[in-house]
Design a protein around this ligand. Structure first.
Ligand code: GLN
Length: 206
């Protein structure tokens, strides 16, 4: 089975480890640069992106992780993990860094305050296409949205009209892929629906 790292400096690491194990991957928490060796892919969990950014420096992971991603290590980022993988972040701290692994502009905390967190059913290209396939439940916790995508990026899911409190959220991009890099604004690891993790592990296997 593919060995998939889970960046374990902050955030909901355990949930991703369980989901990866459940889809038949071999998950490995990553806290040190040496633990990046031999990975087939890596998951960047949700949490707090400015904190994760600082901790990447503290754990001396920033440069080696950046290098591994630049060499094509497949990656999946959820929420703060999406922010970390992006090529441009709006509304972040000036000293927060990001890893430039997917050509997207992400707006941090785009849906509003913590109390504007919400859940909704999503159509997800490549997962819910078959007739009768159940939607993917999107859990958005102080989530980002994708404001712009580069030419090589595929849009996988958008916010259905009326799902969030702010009508400006309607139609916003919340799941994307570019090559073997996948990112979602929401948290599939907390729903028990394993299809997004399966989707990522399938891409790693290809
Ligand atoms: N608001 C967080 C950030 O900016 C992301 C929240 C999450 O990962 N659930 O990093």
């Amino acid at each position: 089975p593919p060995t998939i790292g889970v960046l374990a400096v902050q955030g909901d690491v355990r949930e991703h480890v369980s989901a990866l194990r459940a889809v038949g991957a071999n998950p490995r928490p990553v806290r040190r640069a040496a633990e990046l060796d031999g990975l087939d892919g890596i998951v960047l969990p949700g949490g707090e992106s400015t904190t994760i950014s600082k901790l990447l420096d503290v754990f001396e992971l920033d440069a080696p992780l950046r290098a591994a991603l630049a060499q094509g290590l497949p990656a999946y980022g959820s929420c703060a993990g999406m922010i970390m993988l992006a090529s441009k972040i709006l509304d972040t701290r000036p000293d927060a860094r990001h890893l430039d692994a997917i050509d997207i502009t992400v707006r941090r905390n785009a849906f509003g305050r913590q109390t504007d967190s919400f859940e909704t059913d999503l159509q997800f290209a490549g997962i819910t296409d078959a007739p009768g396939a159940p939607p993917v439940r999107g859990v958005f916790i102080r989530a980002p949205w994708v404001e712009e995508v580069g030419a090589g990026v595929t849009i996988l899911a958008t916010v259905p009209p009326g799902a969030a409190r702010d009508p400006a959220a309607d139609g916003r991009i919340v799941a994307v892929a570019q090559g073997a890099v996948v990112a979602t604004s929401f948290h599939p690891e907390v729903t028990g629906d394993l299809r997004v993790h399966q989707y990522f592990v399938d891409r790693v296997r290809q």
